[in-house]
Design a protein around this ligand. Structure first.
Ligand code: AMP
Ligand code: ZN
Length: 496
């Protein structure tokens, strides 16, 4: 285990704090997952890739991590009170569970495309109705919940008065919440106070997804699933709770209230929030056309980009900003990311080929220090742009070693090995990148064999002074973004 003093910005205290896990060597982390009623969008991907990097770094440090990320498949209502899943089912004429499966599959595929690690547990709200009913009962027993016509509401005023502090995470004052509550507008009249929120909702007779409960045949409030499932799998208080910053209010605020109301304990010691993905400086929004799907971005079939960008280039682009800062997607920014990504991967391949006779060690300190400072950047609230910058300070050094401008023999074998292991560790284990070229070339060797054949054919054409054929081969390969490089040891090829 690397000895690290990890610091994280805690949204609850609004301070950067030293991270101290509850149990030594083990971390419980809960991240709010998607509501699976439509295709996952790039903003969601940014948030889940950010938590993937956090997860990867904690694993790299040697922690055992239980990473729980839920799937919301019931109870997340639209502003008009309709359940998102039921709306999807109505529009697509599918069973609600078909909608859930369809978009959960799509979400998982996209997470694979972005090379994110799977969570340890991925619980679904509909699979935890009993736990949610039990929690509602605990909240009622403790005096923070009241029943009206079969629905149960959380009593925010009573909770705030008991100095449990409703509004601490989002910094909202209860009177400001009068106009902000959105759940189940139809039933506002049933509440004691407009900021009270439903923890159990009585279902209308035509409502499809509903369960028996002591109060009515109904369904749980959206916020309740995360309180119940995080408690079940991580305990009453665990280490990290994450999500996008648009979830701070009401979702996370209400989660805290529910957990405090049920067991008088804070669910998480550290609350981490990602910032939003923008496009060309503006919020991504379907209604004004300022949006792009991951597929359109990969294929280049969108007016917002001049060409397609690979998922790893997009992942590299995400890494270039800190998870808590806004991230502004644009064609120019992606072109820059593509250049940077390729340069980094090329340096990795170059580094793999380096050897030293280790005659001196005058370069050791500089190299070791750069690596160490990249780790310190990650220790400082997972600062990926800074750590990435350190990798880019190493790139010209690696290239100079290769080209002889720096004497590789001034690097001890130990330092070269440290450089190789750490560079690889950062690129692939921590940043979670993959080498696009390696993947393309790794297609069961078929690509290698094919290219060998094409290069042979071109060589024969050249030997026979058949220039039209040899030019045609080169030009056609260029069109396919495959470049040939003739050298004294033969012809090499690269995919651009
Ligand atoms: P949802 O399925 O809407 O509950 O969103 C799933 C996750 O994606 C949540 O953590 C959201 O905060 C996050 N999210 C939604 N929109 C964006 C965005 N534009 N940028 C970054 N994260 C987002
Ligand atoms: Zn949640």
């Amino acid at each position: 285990m690397r000895k690290a003093t990890l610091k994280v910005y805690n949204s609850l205290t609004r301070k950067k704090e030293e991270f101290k896990p509850i149990n030594e060597g083990y971390i419980g982390m809960y991240v709010c997952g998607p509501t699976v009623y439509s295709d996952v969008h790039l903003g969601n991907c940014r948030t889940f890739v950010s938590f993937d990097i956090i997860y990867r770094y904690l694993l790299y440090l040697g922690y055992k991590v239980r990473y729980v990320r839920n799937i919301t498949d019931v109870g997340h209502l639209l502003d008009d009170g309709e359940d998102r899943i039921l709306k999807g089912a109505r529009l697509e004429q599918l069973e609600p569970m078909e909608v859930v499966q369809k978009y959960a599959n799509g979400f998982h595929e996209m997470m694979d495309v972005f090379n994110t690690k799977k969570p340890s547990i991925e619980p679904r709200a509909t699979g935890h109705i009993i736990e949610q009913i039990e929690m509602v009962q605990q909240i009622i027993d403790n005096g923070y919940g009241y029943e009206r016509n079969g629905s149960v509401y959380f009593d925010t005023l009573k909770f705030a008065k008991a100095e449990k502090g409703y509004g601490k995470l989002s910094g909202r004052i209860i009177d400001d919440l009068l106009s902000e509550t959105r759940d189940n507008l139809k039933n506002q009249g049933e509440k004691n106070h407009p900021s009270d929120f439903a923890i159990w909702m009585k279902a209308a007779p035509e409502h499809i997804m509903k369960w028996n409960s002591p109060w009515s045949v109904g369904f749980p409030g959206w916020h309740l699933e995360c309180s119940a499932m995080s408690t079940k799998y991580l305990g009453k208080t665990f280490d990290i709770h994450g999500g996008g910053n648009d979830l701070k209010f009401p979702h996370h605020e209400n989660e805290i209230a529910q957990n405090m109301g049920a067991c008088s304990c804070q669910p998480a010691n550290y609350w981490l929030h990602t910032n939003m993905l923008l496009m060309n400086g503006r919020k991504m929004s379907k209604s004004d056309g300022n949006t792009i799907s991951p597929e359109e971005l990969f294929s280049g079939e969108s007016p917002h980009v001049t060409k397609g960008y690979s998922p790893m280039v997009v992942r590299f682009f995400f890494l270039q900003s800190h998870y808590s800062s806004p991230n502004d997607l644009s064609d120019t920014a992606l072109q820059g990311a593509e250049k940077g990504y390729k340069r980094l991967m090329e340096a990795y391949r170059t580094l793999n080929g380096l050897t030293t006779e280790g005659k001196g060690d005058s370069m050791d300190e500089e190299i070791n220090q750069l690596i160490e400072s990249a780790f310190l950047d990650m220790d400082e609230d997972f600062n990926t742009p800074m750590a990435l910058a350190k990798m880019f300070e190493l790139v010209p050094k690696i290239n100079s070693f290769k080209e002889g401008r720096l004497d590789i023999n001034q690097l001890s074998e130990e330092a070269l090995n440290n450089l190789k292991t750490s560079f690889k560790g950062f690129l692939f284990d921590i940043f979670g990148l993959k080498d696009d070229m390696e993947s393309a070339q790794g297609n069961s060797g078929a690509m290698d064999g094919l290219m060998e054949l094409v290069i042979d054919l071109r060589q024969s054409a050249r030997a026979n002074k058949d220039w039209p054929t040899s030019d045609k081969i080169r030009d056609k390969l260029n069109e396919l973004n495959i470049q040939l490089k003739d050298g004294k040891d033969g012809t090499d090829w690269t995919i651009n």
